[in-house]
Ligand binder design. Structure first.
Ligand SMILES: Nc1nc2c(c(=O)[nH]1)N[C@H]1C(S)=C(S)[C@@H](COP(=O)(O)OP(=O)(O)OC[C@H]3O[C@@H](n4cnc5c(=O)[nH]c(N)nc54)[C@H](O)[C@@H]3O)O[C@H]1N2
Ligand SMILES: Nc1nc2c(c(=O)[nH]1)N[C@H]1C(S)=C(S)[C@@H](COP(=O)(O)OP(=O)(O)OC[C@H]3O[C@@H](n4cnc5c(=O)[nH]c(N)nc54)[C@H](O)[C@@H]3O)O[C@H]1N2
Ligand code: SF4
Ligand SMILES: [Mo]
Length: 707
């Protein structure tokens, strides 16, 4: 364990780029001002090459924030909270969980995890749910994030590793199609890997907004396809149609490395460019040009982000992108490829080791008898005691507090009141639980509804591993001691498991948990079994699958895909009616997303002054013509309303958005929470909610905006 006196090499606490940084002892402040606990410096590493974004540079402020939780909090009869001792609190939670299980069955207890948790914590949480609690009711916020891309990847390639290649491979690209991702704000140092394609005029971005990323296309031959929100599937069918009609596809690749060509050809036959142009708003000539340029044989990559994935047809849209990539022969060919940009810090590892409702460690299916046998042996439990598949996040949240549903919920690493779709009812359901236990580093909006709040160690106060967006396993290292009253989640889970009489043992040491995770993953798809802290600490690159005796797998698909016959599957997909009718009675389409300086539900970044000062409040981005039509000027209040909610926000009038679209950042709580308006309809395959299209009526507000 290191102390603050030394320099500690670790990674950023926020997104999946996992930029490398060093935490340094802070210099003395001669003026006697407040001295930070640690300072951050960027560290050379393939993903960030020493660069960090504003969030990374200011991350050390999270460590000595005056708002840090430092003792367990228990709700009092008058609705407030009082501090309580750990032993008493853990006893009380265990008693209460036991009583609920006895009265209402094991599935009356639910667990909600997060893609920001280390691999060790995510693994322990999945094991804890299935053994100590015996519940099937576990899922996590990655359902809101990576589930559609994951489902599409599994279906086509038999594996879900966001980028099946190291990020540096993008450096040599001549052409990159970015579908619904605003990396210029969501992963700024990533732009270094786009510089080559940008200079070659080969950046093509599909986004209803002229985002910061779109601006990168504006020099040379870059292109912006400003498609209407939710029409990406049609757009991709159109591009595929052109590629086939003009015989631009890689017939040899299709013949030797894929199955399903005939069905996909049939499925796109009627999506001729003029028809696609009418649905998407992208001119037919632009569609033809993009198809031809993608097929030009230069090093070409196709990358997707949440803009195309967070829809009720997100899996099919990602599938359409994969089909296009396969027809062009991109996956697995050196210098080209297909991938999805994972979002959360451990969004990749967090979806591999068992917090998903249908999953066991190593990306195993919980319904697979061999997987159950293997994992039961590692856990030392009877195979039949492991529950079957549970239900995905949105459905799990719908079960809270309903008769026969979930009575108690443990939340680790998510602020669902702000981040879940159609958040109004979610708040009510959370408040109606018999027991809500929230583990967090700050008093989040979800913690404010809890019966018990547990203060946990964060990032630079703990050891662990994270898996970057490329499937690279890296070390998170402890650089400082946590505040006195804080405990690690591994310790909390082991203490609760003991009190619950768990049939499985829980270690609280991260390295021991990692070794167990590696054994549990052995032989699975995400096989970590050749890894150890020792190996990771040696600095050797560690891309999974990493079975013993191997040196890992930086690039997948060179020879075969992870399907039974080694061929990728082309899956025909067709547009379905949307869950909600858009454009009716003058409604605009609401899209939601991110700002550079805020992170997710904002629990962390709203507490860093430099970040929050830059983006202190929510706003509604509107086109000038829309603003003129409803009679508001920049900065004036607009009312946004639909069946689910109503809110008033300042207008940000900008020609950077389509006429029919309004954009809200989702980082803000309370009355300004974008998720009061989003729909909780989900993708039938992935369980992904539709964060990116909702019908909303916009008009000038009669009331003043609250400060
Ligand atoms: N600053 C910052 N960085 C982050 C995060 C953060 O909260 N803040 N979160 C991290 C996480 S968890 C994630 S998942 C990633 C997400 O990273 P991104 O996917 O880049 O993020 P979003 O802003 O959600 O969406 C990207 C773009 O999609 C566009 N879009 C909206 N609807 C549609 C549509 O229907 N079609 C198309 N083609 N585009 C559409 C939006 O206009 C937006 O510009 O970012 C990670 N990095
Ligand atoms: N409208 C709309 N809604 C969205 C999205 C969108 O684009 N539009 N995007 C969705 C996406 S992609 C995502 S990923 C989700 C994210 O939304 P959330 O799931 O709410 O994610 P965070 O805000 O990162 O919440 C993490 C919480 O865990 C705490 N925390 C940090 N580290 C730890 C730890 O190690 N242990 C514990 N116990 N707590 C920790 C933080 O303080 C914070 O309160 O939002 C989704 N919601
Ligand atoms: S891009 Fe992501 S990982 Fe890198 S510094 Fe910014 S928030 Fe941290
Ligand atoms: Mo995400």
């Amino acid at each position: 364990m290191s102390s603050t006196a030394v320099h500690t090499d670790t990674h950023c606490p926020y997104c999946a780029l996992q930029c490398a940084m060093t935490l340094n002892p802070a210099p003395h402040d001669a003026t006697g001002g407040r001295r930070p606990l640690l300072t951050v410096s960027g560290r050379d590493f393939p993903t960030n090459r020493g660069g960090l974004c504003k969030k990374g540079w200011t991350a050390a402020e999270l460590l000595d924030s005056p708002e840090r939780l430092t003792a367990p909090l228990v709700r009092t009869a008058d609705g407030g909270f009082r501090e309580a001792a750990w032993e008493m609190v853990l006893d009380r939670i265990a008693e209460s969980l036991t009583a609920i299980r006895v009265e209402s069955g094991t599935d009356a207890v639910g667990v909600f995890g997060g893609g920001g948790l280390t691999n060790e914590k995510a693994y322990a949480l999945g094991k804890f749910a299935r053994t100590a609690l015996g519940t099937s009711r576990i899922d996590y916020n990655g359902r809101f994030c990576m589930s559609s891309a994951a489902a599409a990847g599994n279906r086509a390639f038999g594996v879900d590793r966001g980028l099946p290649f190291p990020v540096e491979d993008l450096d040599g690209a001549a052409m990159i199609l970015l579908l619904g991702t605003n990396v210029a704000e969501t992963m700024p140092p990533f732009l270094g890997h786009l510089a080559g394609a940008q200079a070659a005029g080969g950046l093509i971005v599909v986004d209803p907004r002229r985002s910061a990323t779109v601006r990168l296309t504006e020099e040379g031959r870059g292109m912006h396809l400003q498609a209407a929100p939710g029409t990406d599937l049609i757009l991709l069918l159109g591009l595929t149609h052109i590629v086939l009609a003009e015989k631009l596809y890689d017939a040899a690749f299709v013949a030797t490395r894929t199955n399903g060509f005939a069905a996909v050809r049939r499925s796109v036959s009627t999506w001729y460019p003029e028809r696609v142009a009418a649905s998407t708003g992208v001119p037919a000539a632009q569609l033809r040009e993009v198809a031809r340029r993608l097929a030009s044989g230069a090093g070409t990559y196709i990358l997707t982000g949440r803009g195309v994935e967070q829809h009720v047809d997100g899996t099919d849209t990602a599938t359409a992108a994969i089909n296009l990539a396969l027809l062009l022969g991109l996956p697995g060919r050196p210098g080209s490829g297909y991938g999805t940009l994972t979002g959360q810090g451990n969004g990749q590892g967090g979806r591999e080791h068992g917090q998903k409702s249908d999953q066991l460690p190593g990306y195993r299916r919980i319904t697979d008898p061999a997987a159950r046998r293997h994992v039961a042996a590692v856990w030392g439990v009877d195979e039949s005691s492991i529950p079957g598949p549970g239900i995905p996040a949105v459905q799990l949240l719908e079960q809270l507090g309903v008769p026969g549903g979930i009575r108690a919920l443990l939340v680790h690493g998510s602020n669902v009141v702000v981040s879940a779709p159609n958040a109004g009812p979610v708040r009510e359901r959370l408040a109606s639980l018999d027991l809500l236990v929230v583990s967090d580093i700050f008093f989040s909006e979800t913690a404010a509804l809890a019966d018990v709040v547990l203060p946990v160690t964060q990032w630079a106060e703990e050891e662990g591993t994270m898996t970057s967006l490329e499937g690279r396993v890296i070390r998170r290292r402890q650089a400082t001691q946590p505040p006195g009253g804080v405990r690690s989640e591994l310790w909390i889970l082991s203490e609760l498991a003991r009190r619950l009489g768990s049939p499985a043992r829980f270690d609280s040491d991260a390295s021991a948990v990692f070794d167990e995770l590696c054994r549990a993953s052995a032989g699975g798809i995400a096989d970590y079994s050749g890894l150890s802290y020792e190996l990771l600490d040696s600095g050797a690159p560690a891309f999974w699958p990493y079975p013993p005796g191997s040196t890992g797998t930086p690039r997948l698909f060179a020879d075969r895909f992870f399907t039974l016959d080694g061929r990728a599957v082309l899956v025909p997909v067709t547009p379905r009616p949307k869950a909600e009718e858009l454009h009716r009675d003058g409604a605009l389409t609401l899209i939601t997303g991110r700002l550079l300086e805020q992170y997710q539900s904002g629990t962390q970044t709203r507490r860093v002054a430099e970040l929050n000062d830059a983006q202190p409040e929510a706003f509604a981005q509107l086109h000038p013509a829309t603003a003129a039509r409803i009679g508001v000027a920049d900065g004036q209040p607009v009312e946004l309303r639909n069946d689910r909610g109503v809110m008033v926000l300042p207008a940000r009038v900008s020609a950077d958005i389509r006429l029919d679209t309004v954009f809200l950042p989702f980082h803000y709580p309370g009355d300004a929470s974008a998720n009061l308006l989003t729909q909780d309809a989900t993708d039938p395959i992935s369980g992904m909610p539709d964060f990116k299209t909702a019908a909303v009526h916009v008009r000038a507000a009669r009331v003043e905006v609250q400060a």
